[in-house]
Ligand binder design. Structure first.
Ligand SMILES: Nc1nc2c(ncn2[C@@H]2O[C@H](COP(=O)(O)OP(=O)(O)O)[C@@H](O)[C@H]2O)c(=O)[nH]1
Ligand SMILES: [Mg+2]
Length: 382
């Protein structure tokens, strides 16, 4: 009897051992071969590098660990608040204006000589004669009322007056939304080299980033390189481009671009134009014609005058010429990252009675920002 019982126990044990043996290989298949991690992990990987199965178990980390860096061009940062982010770049050239004014106004007693210096500082910063006079008059009154001033009060005073000069209650929004089942049409005008083509590209990228569809019209047909440059931007930002042969009629290219934009139901058509200024009459004729021909299909929503901020008073002369040609709806002030003097913002708005809507702060694809007076003045004052 004992033998039978012992035999049964032995048999059960054997069966269990056999089953365990059968299952073992299956379990061995689950963990990856010991040497497989070296394929991804560098040989000198520190011991704390996670085993692949551990990484796979964590739902978020694999993306962080193994995803290739997203191409920067595909994810433009939001256009809102850009000026604040690009402020340091602006401050590079603007800081001196703010610092000079702040230190002049912080003096215990401000005599006529000091006021002359304030005026001089503003004029040197391209603010313009009329606006400078207004700012100085207002500051004088306020300083008289205040008497002794703390640095904070001086800062507030100056900030308020600069904001008044720039204007905070102006609509600086860009009309780039489709309407009446048609794309918004934006015409980019300005002298050669001011940044029209670059601004078309940057604006297209920003719109695409906001989820819109954009078509670029290469109506600068004067040089083939101009259309090539715009086409490169279109490829970079994911926009369609309509171009004509070199020397084609700019108005007909612009017309075709708007037509194609409407047929393709894009949200916005941005038209890049040429800016030869050697004959003012020729320019007027050409731009006027572009606008009229485009308007056969519907209204032009924005005519943006692109001005190089570093050209100072020269820029104002150009602005006047272009304002005669086309009804400018907004100003794009480019190259504010360079040696430009910020006062030009005030001067050009006064000159044209049209708001600065965008500012260019570099050559990079995201170096275009909606103009925000508060952020701008804060950058001036450091
Ligand atoms: N630093 C700087 N350069 C700019 C800016 N905008 C345009 N540019 C440069 O100015 C040059 C002329 O620009 P482009 O768009 O070809 O001018 P267009 O002739 O008016 O079309 C190019 O080298 C641009 O990279 C800007 O905001 N800052
Ligand atoms: Mg160009």
């Amino acid at each position: 009897m004992e033998f039978v019982a012992l035999g049964i126990v032995l048999a059960i044990f054997l069966v269990a051992a056999f089953v365990a043996f059968l299952k073992a290989p299956t379990r061995r298949e689950l963990p990856p071969p010991a040497d497989s991690p070296t394929v991804e992990a560098p040989e000198a990987a520190p011991p704390e590098v996670r085993a692949p199965e551990e990484v796979a178990a964590a739902p978020v980390e694999p993306v962080v660990v193994s995803a290739p860096p997203a191409p920067a061009l595909d994810v433009p940062p939001p256009s809102a608040g850009r000026l604040v982010r690009l402020r340091a770049r602006l401050a590079r050239s603007e800081g001196t204006l703010g610092r000079s004014l702040l230190s002049l106004l912080a003096r215990d007693s401000i005599d006529d000589d000091t006021w002359d210096e304030v005026e001089e500082t503003l004029l040197t910063a391209d603010v313009g004669v009329a606006a400078t006079r207004q700012i100085v008059d207002n500051l004088r009154t306020q300083v008289m009322v205040l008497g002794a001033r703390t640095p904070d009060q001086v800062r507030t005073l100056l900030r308020d007056q600069l904001l008044v000069a720039i204007g905070t209650d102006v609509d600086r929004g860009l009309k780039t939304l489709p309407h009446d089942d048609r794309p918004a049409v934006v015409l980019m005008v300005g002298v050669n080299g001011t940044g029209k083509t670059t601004t078309c590209g940057k604006l297209a990228r920003s719109l695409v980033g906001d989820g819109r569809t954009v078509l670029l019209g290469a109506a600068d047909t004067f040089r083939a390189a101009a259309a090539d440059q715009l086409t490169t931007w279109a490829e970079r930002v994911g926009a369609t481009v309509v171009r004509g042969p070199e020397g084609a009629d700019p108005a007909s290219v612009a017309f075709d671009a708007v037509k194609a934009g409407a047929e393709q139901h894009v949200d916005a058509v941005l038209i890049d134009t040429a800016g030869r200024l050697h004959t003012k009459q020729g320019l007027m004729d050409e731009l006027g014609k572009v606008k009229r021909v485009v308007e056969r299909q519907g209204p032009v929503d924005e005519v943006l005058l692109v001005l190089d901020a570093t050209t100072g008073q020269n820029g104002l002369v150009q602005a006047r010429v272009f304002a005669e040609v086309a009804e400018i709806t907004g100003i794009v002030l480019t190259k504010l990252d360079g040696t430009a003097k910020g006062g030009i913002v005030i001067a050009v708005q006064r000159e044209l009675g049209v708001p600065v809507k965008l500012v260019g702060l570099g050559e990079g694809p995201d170096d275009l920002a909606p103009f925000e007076p508060e952020a701008f003045v804060d950058a001036l004052l450091g």
